[in-house]
Design a protein around this ligand. Structure first.
Ligand code: IDP
Ligand code: MG
Length: 153
């Protein structure tokens, strides 16, 4: 089975009207979106998702930020999805993120860096399950012609 990874388009991406611009980058790279939904994180979910940061001084702001507004969760599937999508996303500190990466192009901040992506295969497996039930993930093939026109057109 192809590799899957979790992507969160954080509240700043929605508030700034960047959803389409960001999602298109994964589509044009050839990744398949196999799950997508809007949700608002609870404090409990934030604490689980950011457990590695609970003792950091910025954690209270992080939790408030991710729980105060809706976000979009996606699962992308494709070859080396975890590693390649982290490369497309760019480093955590968006101020230092290279141009051409999502964070490099859309943010100049560490705390408002528009997107989350799983950082390893092990993390990705846990994070996909954290946000999506099995029946919320889809398996389909890209079709070159079927969705462009009917066979008799
Ligand atoms: P990542 O999102 O690149 O995987 P992590 O270290 O897992 O980076 O941190 C998760 C999120 O916590 C970051 O995306 C960012 O929103 C926030 N964060 C991390 N480090 C800082 C910091 O030094 N100041 C403020 N927020 C931070
Ligand atoms: Mg991380």
């Amino acid at each position: 089975m192809a590799e899957k990874t979790l992507i969160l388009l954080k509240p700043d991406a929605i508030q700034r009207g960047l959803l389409g611009s960001i999602i298109s980058r994964f589509e044009r790279k050839g990744f398949k979106i196999v799950g997508m939904k809007m949700l608002q994180m609870s404090g409990e979910l934030a604490k689980e998702h950011y457990a590695h940061l609970l003792d950091k001084p910025f954690y209270p702001d992080l939790e408030k930020f991710v729980t105060s507004h809706p976000l979009v969760a996606m699962v992308a599937e494709g070859k080396d999805a975890v590693e390649v999508i982290r490369l497309i996303v760019g480093p955590t500190n968006a101020s230092k993120a290279p141009a051409g990466t999502i964070r490099g192009d859309f943010s100049n901040s560490t705390s408002r860096n528009v997107i989350h992506a799983s950082d390893s295969r092990e993390t990705a497996e846990k994070e996909v399950k954290r946000f999506f039930r099995d029946d919320e993930l889809f398996s389909y093939r890209f079709s070159s012609s079927y969705y462009l026109r009917a066979s008799d057109e």
